[in-house]
Design a protein around this ligand. Structure first.
Ligand code: PLP
Length: 351
């Protein structure tokens, strides 16, 4: 098998561990010597049942999920949960209202979707730009809200919470699509956590929902689940476990992101990250060249030069522009070092 020479810094679907791809390739035609592929297997078969159970138990082990939580593997993506969450939870109390923290594109979308189902209260003054998390002392939480919602890592803007919001007993819901299993998390603090798998724990097609039992009504076998995506997730979870679990992921992700932020911080303004230091994402690092508005011609040169070195998908989201390096779990330290070296060389050449 040829070693891949391309380094994928895409925001998702994102890089998968090489060993996972090799295993999936090996088992593609005949899983476990059964003579059929997971792609062809009945979701009610005992063989698929074993894959599903193993995926769930790995997930429970890696995140230390308490017994009173269900783990579901669903379709519909993170966006599906933007409506599933209010559909299922906003009506828990009579006046149908929910509190939202809006710190980037994804929580803004979720809040807009929720407005279809009830009253949405944005708990802080509207932000001029998505570069910080408003201080919790400025939030006005509604004690009779059905839930408080936030996006733990804003993929487009590179804003990440490094604390769990305090809700005074109101159910807490979090979109962890882009930092799921990148570090340990105290699941017991949440009513519901959801995450699309295609960034940190697998491929597109499956969304993980971890929900406190009293808030849930079904499990993953209500209809045909995304079998192959679950199987890939199972392989990624095994890889995470062998790597040392969520703590090892956290250490790796801290190390990788520090490498890039150190270059930005010490670049004398050549690389500019607009996000407040206190909430810079370890997963998605957006930056511009020379000024906060960027230098588009130079940024194009940066991206072209990166592509020549095999580093792809570094273009910033179209709504933000510039560069964005996504450093999900499967991006290695070596991958990140290659980017760091390139950034230093590019700066030297163009400062
Ligand atoms: N939430 C976050 C934080 C995301 O980054 C994304 C997609 O990138 C979504 C939700 C939407 O996920 P999906 O495309 O699976 O609907």
């Amino acid at each position: 098998m040829e070693q891949k020479s391309t380094i994928n810094f895409g925001a998702g679907p994102a890089k998968l561990p090489q060993s996972v791809l090799l295993q999936a390739q090996k088992e593609l035609l005949s899983y476990n010597s059964l003579g059929i592929s997971v792609l062809e297997m009945s979701h009610r078969s005992s063989d698929f049942g074993k894959i599903l159970n193993k995926t769930e138990s790995l997930m429970r082990e890696l995140l230390n999920i308490p017994d009173n939580y269900k783990v579901m593997f669903l379709q519909g993506g993170g966006s599906g949960q933007f409506s599933a969450v209010p559909l299922n939870l906003i009506g828990l109390k009579e006046d149908r209202c929910a509190d939202y923290l809006v710190t980037g594109t994804w929580s803004a979308k979720a809040a807009k979707e929720a407005e279809k189902y009830g009253k949405v209260n944005i708990v802080h003054p509207k932000l001029d730009s998505y570069t910080k998390i408003p201080d919790p002392s400025s939030w006005t939480l509604n004690p009779s809200a059905s839930y408080v919602y936030y996006c733990c890592n804003e993929t487009v803007h590179g804003v990440e919470y490094n604390f769990i919001p305090e809700t005074n007993g109101v159910v807490l819901v979090s979109d962890m699509s882009s930092n799921f299993l990148s570090r340990p998390v105290d699941v017991s603090k949440f009513g519901l956590i959801f995450a699309g798998a295609q960034k940190n724990v697998g491929c597109a097609g499956v969304t993980v929902v971890i929900v406190r039992e009293d808030l849930a009504e079904m499990n993953s076998l209500y209809n045909t689940p995304p079998c192959f995506s679950i199987y890939i997730m199972c392989l990624v979870l095994e890889w995470i476990k062998n790597y040392g679990g969520s703590v090892a992921m956290k250490n790796l992700n801290n190390q990788k992101s520090s490498l890039i932020y150190d270059i930005i911080n010490n670049s004398d303004g050549f690389y500019v990250c607009p996000v407040d230091q206190s909430c810079r994402s370890r997963m998605n690092i957006p930056f511009r060249l020379r000024t906060e508005e960027g230098d588009e011609a130079l940024e194009k040169k940066f991206l072209d030069g990166a592509a020549k070195r095999g580093m792809i998908s570094l273009k910033g989201h179209r709504s933000v522009g510039g560069i964005r390096a996504s450093l999900y779990n499967a991006v290695t330290l070596e991958d990140t070092e290659a980017l760091a070296t390139y950034m230093k060389e590019f700066q030297k050449e163009h400062m």
